[in-house]
Design a protein around this ligand. Structure first.
Ligand code: NAD
Length: 320
């Protein structure tokens, strides 16, 4: 019986990542204030239960997430070769800049905050807000140089609209983008990423998904103020969460388990801000591998969310 988290190959990178990854955006206080004690305890607990993948960005909390994650990993004396760390470039608290000059400077700033000499993955962050042709012709080539310099091992792209992935992957030399990070498209309310998985496999690109709880929509506490979902989607999720609670069940558990079931997805990033959340999420994953998902509950939640199924929100600029 598994007592530790499964690890999966990440595309062709040779990296083996725990199928729950630690999303460090909450450490930047983006879902509410997180004390240093809680951040440290969450990271310690994650490592203890076998989470080896940590994701951050200079954007999260205006660099706070990177700094806090770097401090926690250092304080805990974690060996660099025992973890896989990704951060991002191109999106900052004061706007977007995917120029070669900015992303080249950005990695040095990130490495200083993380207290590391390299990251495993550097993602271009939310590329739908930039010119996709600039990503193809300028940003990815700049990242290739960072790869050659040993500052990053692999290159990724992230974004909300799924079309940005095919646009870029169809235009860059094969093998120059190693992974994609898609969010809010593989959870109970929206599973549209599924259709893209065969294409991504054919390109040899590793798949990371994020936000199995739909950035808080599929939690009892509900989403933060800034959540971009429509009032209709928010209210359907609120009702589904209440329905689960009435039965003594937690919507977050079944939501996370749903996201973990597809083995074509190497790892699912969950934002976690306390050891309790780490424990709960890992317990949900281990229960899934022993007992499978609660099919009745999944069907009920799916039925409640059917009227808003695959509803998303606009993100990015109009591409010319
Ligand atoms: P999420 O769906 O993981 O939800 C996070 C929220 O749920 C937080 O408020 C967290 O405290 C709460 N939570 C976590 N476990 C819980 C539990 N067991 N019970 C109740 N609440 C729980 O959304 P997210 O944090 O946005 O996404 C996860 C990570 O993925 C991010 O931290 C980030 O690293 C990454 N991400 C990247 C992008 C991008 O690159 N564009 C976009 C979104 C997310």
């Amino acid at each position: 019986m598994a007592t530790t988290l499964e690890r999966r190959e990440l595309g062709n990178t040779g990296l083996k990542v725990s199928y729950i990854g630690f999303g460090a955006s909450p450490l930047g206080n983006v879902f509410g204030h997180v004390s240093h004690g809680n951040a440290l305890a969450a990271v310690r607990e994650a490592l203890r239960v076998g989470i080896n993948f940590f994701d951050t960005s200079p954007y999260y909390g205006g660099t706070v997430s990177e700094t806090v994650l770097g401090n926690c990993l250092k304080e805990l004396g974690v060996r660099r070769d025992e973890i896989v760390v990704s951060t991002k470039c191109g999106r900052y608290i004061d706007g977007f800049d995917f120029s070669a000059e900015r992303v080249t400077r950005s990695i040095d700033e990130s490495l200083a905050r993380l207290k590391m000499d390299h990251v495993d993955i550097l993602h271009c962050h939310d590329i739908e807000f930039g010119s996709l042709d600039q990503i193809v012709n300028e940003t990815i080539p700049a990242l290739q140089k960072l790869k050659e310099a040993g500052k990053i091992r692999f290159i990724g792209i992230t974004g909300l609209p799924l079309g940005v992935f095919t646009y870029v992957l169809d235009r860059v030399p094969p093998g120059s983008v190693d992974v994609i990070l898609s969010y809010c498209h593989y959870s109970i309310n929206d599973s549209t990423l599924e259709d893209l998985l065969p294409y991504l496999k054919s390109k040899g690109v590793g798949v990371i998904t994020a936000s199995p709880l739909a950035m808080g929509l599929l939690t009892e506490n509900g989403p933060p103020e800034w959540h971009p979902a429509s009032p209709e989607l928010k209210s359907a999720c609120r009702a589904a969460a209440a329905q689960c609670k009435e039965k003594g069940k937690n919507i977050s558990k079944v939501a996370l388990q749903y996201s973990l079931t597809n083995k074509e997805i190497s790892t699912v990033l969950v934002g976690m801000n306390s050891p309790r959340q780490v424990e709960e999420n890992v317990a949900a994953a281990l229960e899934l591998s022993h007992e499978g998902i609660d099919e009745d509950l999944l069907q009920e939640v799916s039925a409640a969310l059917e009227p808003v199924k695959n509803q998303t929100w606009p993100s990015g600029i109009q591409q010319t």
